[in-house]
Design a protein around this ligand. Structure first.
Ligand code: DX5
Ligand code: ZN
Length: 223
């Protein structure tokens, strides 16, 4: 049976001076916002952190899915939780032993997931899948929006789908980077549950229509 693929718009591509407007205009079409947190160390870019998440929290009831592209996620979990984050995802490349992050997230009531960069194999996160609300496969090298989709990561989605289904885990598979209505077809067919889309949503003339197109593409409803 085909599962239902959801879209998580990435506000990295939104106009940061008009965040409330940007969020409001897509709210009716999604359940989740993808919030890219960067520290200028784990990735060569700086984006936003707890103060902006707190402002978003005051502006929306959407689930805030915070993608932590930071070297030391453990030190920031408390402040992220206090800001109103719902879930965090941390890079296994930054935290080779994720147990402390998982324990602290649980203590703070945050959902937690693990992210793998394009060169990182799924074996690095496989032992922890049963503790992850989400496993994120990067389909670009993290740090910037608007990059080209790396199709070579797709077998990782296929394999994760097999493992998660065969073990009857509730872990969602998220794919992040370079998703548009063309690449969404591939991601959905391979078994992704949540698709992150930044540029293709917020730079579109009509973001709601763009979300609808990507959603239908990911769910195999267009050819
Ligand atoms: C990249 C971020 C992505 C990014 C995706 O470091 O993790 O979430 O916003 O942007 P697009 O959809 O433009 O590739
Ligand atoms: Zn992201």
């Amino acid at each position: 049976m085909r599962h239902h693929v959801r879209i998580a718009p990435s506000i990295l591509a939104a106009d940061f001076a008009n965040l409330r407007f940007e969020v409001d205009r897509i709210t009716s079409a999604v359940e989740m916002l993808h919030v890219d947190v960067m520290d200028g160390h784990f990735v060569p870019n700086i984006s936003l952190g707890p103060p902006v998440i707190a402002s978003l929290r005051a502006a929306t009831d959407l689930y805030l899915d915070c993608h932590l592209m930071i070297t030391d996620p453990l030190s920031y979990l408390e402040s992220l939780a206090a800001s109103g984050a719902n879930g965090v995802t941390v890079h296994i490349e930054a935290v080779p032993d994720p147990h402390p992050v998982m324990d602290e997230s649980a203590r703070l009531g945050l959902d937690v997931g693990l992210v793998i960069n394009p060169p990182t194999p799924i074996e690095s996160v496989e032992p922890y899948l049963d503790r992850c609300s989400m496993v994120v496969v990067m389909s670009v090298n993290p740090g910037f929006g608007g990059q080209a989709f790396i199709e070579a990561v797709m077998p990782k989605i296929t394999r994760l789908r097999e493992i998660i289904d065969s073990e009857a885990l509730s872990t969602d598979i998220q794919i992040d980077g370079g998703i548009n209505r063309r690449t969404a077809v591939l991601a959905g067919a391979a078994g992704a549950d949540v698709i992150v889309a930044g540029t293709s949503v917020f730079h579109a003339a009509d973001p709601l229509a763009a979300i609808d197109e990507i959603k239908r593409a990911a769910n195999g409803e267009v050819t």
